[in-house]
Design a protein around this ligand. Structure first.
Ligand code: PLP
Length: 394
């Protein structure tokens, strides 16, 4: 008996319950069409909202940076020093987001792990939306603060928790929410959240991972979308989605960023993003600041696809953004739907099930992109419709 045999039993159980995730191997760059397991398929899976993941401008910038700076950052920035391109990216990100300062980290995930424990201690309370991203959940777990959860998007529920936290004598209160929720594509009512938080003198933090490059003027994100500049204390972002690269950041006031340079543990104890990544991110900021063309095309694509899917009878849940959940409910149906799309239709659209979403809320999540041509979208709708009819879903 091996000591880890229980894992084989657990894996078998996942397979039996339709909860086992198969990870496909991609053999091409990301784009509207990709090669997966040797087959060319229409890609509805990636967060490559603007098609920047293989954009020649980003690729060239990465090549030039590796020639000039090499490929590795050497060590954590407090020890090996900060490369000039890291500070340049931080300056440009702050400008793009309309804030004083920004700090880059290895990922959006580590950005949440850096900021939440650095801002809150044992006398404080963190209040979090029940559907917040796993990296926020983990950031809250790493904090010594007490935690409270409010029902999804429920500002009255948030107010009740704020009142309780004040009654209980919390020193500081941090309210944290996703901007765009990654599994449903709905948008936090950030204007009302800020108002509620202000009434209780609570700090407001938003994770804009699916908002930047998507919402706001030219993709400046959720704060810009709601016109809340100067009223949101902490923004977390990622460069792995619309920016098409990898990396995370925290944006806000200079004092916030100064503090994180002293006390943000993933900043202090994990190496910086690599020079080619940073250069590609800088090129992405250039592209976004240069033109709204890609953002506009993303939204036009999303509107066309969603209208046709609704007309075909599919339930798209609460989506208000290019994240398009095709709600199926049953885990096994979702897995079978995804399998048939891939095998019969050459459409790559992954089923998402528990634990990523609650049990009984399985879905296929379609991620639309500016990279899709109109014909790609129409072909996708036709494929969904054929499989949906075969499975009795529509
Ligand atoms: C994707 C995502 C992250 C993680 O971003 P990475 O850069 O991939 O680590 C964090 N928060 C939210 C809300 C996300 O959707």
């Amino acid at each position: 008996m091996g000591k880890l045999d229980f894992l084989a039993d657990e894996l078998e159980r996942l397979r039996r319950e339709g909860l086992y995730t198969t990870i496909r191997t991609v053999e091409s760059p990301q784009g509207a069409w990709i090669v997966v397991d040797g087959r060319r398929v229409l890609n509805f899976c990636s967060n490559n909202y603007l098609g920047l993941a293989d954009d020649p401008r980003l690729v060239e910038a990465a090549k030039a940076a590796s020639d000039r700076y090499g490929v590795g950052p050497g060590a954590v920035r407090t020890i090996a020093g900060t490369m000039s391109i890291h500070t340049e990216l931080e300056r440009r990100l702050a400008e793009f987001k309309g804030v004083e300062a920004a700090l880059t980290l290895q990922s959006g995930f580590t950005a949440n792990l850096a900021v939440i424990p650095a801002l809150t201690g044992p006398d404080d309370v963190v209040i979090s939306d029940e559907l917040n991203h796993a990296s926020i959940v983990d950031g809250v777990r790493l904090s010594k603060a007490r935690r409270k959860i409010y029902p999804h998007l429920d500002v009255d529920g948030l107010r009740a928790e704020l009142a309780t936290a004040r009654d209980e004598g919390a020193e500081r209160i941090l309210v944290v929410t996703d901007g765009v929720f990654s599994m449903d594509g709905d948008v936090a009512p950030l204007d009302e959240i800020v108002e509620a938080a202000d009434a209780y003198d609570a700090i407001v933090m938003v994770d804009d991972a699916h908002g930047e490059g998507v919402l706001g003027r030219g993709g400046r994100g959720i704060v810009d979308h709601f016109g809340l500049h100067g009223r949101v204390d902490v923004e977390v972002g990622t460069m792995s989605k619309a920016f098409g690269v990898v990396g995370g950041y925290v944006a806000g006031s200079q004092v916030l960023v100064d503090w994180l340079r002293q006390r943000g543990r993933p900043f202090l104890f994990s190496s910086a993003p690599t020079p080619p990544d940073v250069a590609a991110c800088l090129a992405a900021v250039d592209v976004l600041e240069g033109s709204t063309e890609l953002v506009d095309r993303l939204w036009a694509n999303a509107e066309r696809f969603k209208a046709a899917m609704r007309a075909a009878g599919f339930d798209l849940g609460r989506s208000e953004t290019p994240i398009t959940p095709v709600m199926l409910g049953d885990e096994a149906v979702a897995q079978e739907f995804s399998r048939r799309l891939f095998e019969e239709e050459h459409v790559f659209a992954q089923a998402i099930a528990y634990p990523t979403v609650p049990r009984g809320k399985a879905r296929i999540r379609v991620m639309l992109s500016a990279a899709h041509a109109v014909e790609d979208l129409d072909r996708g709708v036709a494929a969904f419709t054929r499989v949906g009819r075969a499975l009795g879903v529509v």
